[in-house]
Ligand binder design. Structure first.
Ligand code: NAG
Ligand code: NAG
Length: 320
């Protein structure tokens, strides 16, 4: 999910709110009584014509949340969240492959990787699924803040193991290990190095990589292969201006930071130290023993914090 963020999790989740509360579950027992329609997959078209591969799941009457993954992952990284019955019965969740990744379009020139194009993809997702007041997590938060009017039409922002944005923050929060993967992810001449780097990268996603099933690792490596090396360069080389993000944070745009203590790609303590002071309404949690896909290593804790944050934001007066 930015690079690490870049790696996979840079997830951005946008929380949309404002749903009817008549069928909202509050525990597993009531969750099992809520009718959940099957997931709906759509290929949407962004303003510049780029395909946006997206999927919704959950309770259509639930609060709206959008999940955007980070570098070298795909929307499939969110499988643990999209298989959680309580989340499915409480939320209406949408995930999508960010441009260049997965089954979304992979343009090959830098003009397709500007901040506004990423925001356009999100606009296509919002209108494609009729979402109302989303929230967002990960490196695309800066793209959203820079390209939507104030106040942002997103109820809140959630960073799960996210790189806050691409820029000066990178060396402060990215580990030397993940930085060492970048050349290999971008390598276009040495196929041996390019492929080996993708496998090494995947080995740093879970805090318990030795116990991740082989088939799961193969799927994660597969996700990285859907990101062509030249596109990895374009995605990593783009610039984001966090000015508006910080303005919205100072104005009270709610932020939830969830980060594993054993994240080998992004240092959660550094993220919190650098970012929390810029947000007036911020809640952060370091999750013991979780790695760079915290909702893989400890899905139930992530789910609990997500639901509590969403419930709190829903009853709070919208900022500013
Ligand atoms: C939703 O919750 C509010 C506040 O608890 C309540 O006043 C309202 O009647 C509920 N709406 C529905 C449709 O149940
Ligand atoms: C993470 O960042 C904090 C704060 O900058 C620092 O004290 C800590 O040593 C870092 N952890 C690692 C594993 O580098």
């Amino acid at each position: 999910m930015r690079l690490f963020l870049l790696a996979a999790n840079l997830l951005v989740s946008l929380v949309f709110t404002r749903a009817q509360n008549d069928t909202i579950a509050t525990d597993d027992a009531s969750a099992s009584r809520v009718f959940i329609p099957p997931p709906v997959t759509k290929d949407l078209t962004s303003r510049d014509g780029t395909n946006v591969h997206a999927q919704s799941a959950g309770n259509p009457k639930g609060v709206h949340v959008i999940f955007a993954h980070g570098l070298a992952c795909t929307m499939a990284a969110f499988d643990p969240i999209f298989e959680d019955k309580l989340l499915l019965s409480t939320l209406f969740m949408v995930r999508y492959d960010t441009r260049g990744h997965g089954l979304s379009g992979k343009p090959l020139t830098p003009d397709f990787y500007t901040s506004d194009r990423y925001a356009d993809d999100l606009k296509a997702v919002i209108s494609g699924f009729n979402l109302n007041k989303p929230s967002l997590a990960g490196a695309i938060a800066a793209d959203i803040a820079a390209n939507f009017p104030h106040p942002l039409p997103f109820s809140g922002l959630i960073w799960m193991a996210a790189l806050p944005y691409l820029g000066d923050i990178l060396p402060k929060v990215a580990t030397p290990l993940v930085l060492s993967f970048l050349p290999g992810l971008e390598e276009t001449n040495d196929a041996t190095l390019a492929l080996k780097t993708r496998i090494d990268f995947v080995e740093t996603l879970s805090a318990n990589t030795d116990s991740v099933p082989y088939s799961t690792k193969l799927a994660w490596v597969g996700s990285t292969v859907y990101l062509p090396p030249p596109v990895a360069s374009l995605a990593l080389g783009r610039s984001q201006d966090p000015t508006r993000l910080f303005e919205e944070g100072a104005a009270g745009w709610p932020l939830l930071i969830l980060h594993g203590t054993l994240d080998r790609q992004i240092n959660g303590t550094a993220v919190i130290n650098n970012m929390a002071p810029k947000f007036k309404n911020v809640e952060s949690h370091l999750i013991k023993g979780a790695g760079h896909i915290p909702f893989y290593d400890d899905e139930s804790t992530i789910s609990r914090y997500l639901l509590a944050f969403i419930a709190r934001v829903k009853v709070t007066k919208p900022y500013p």
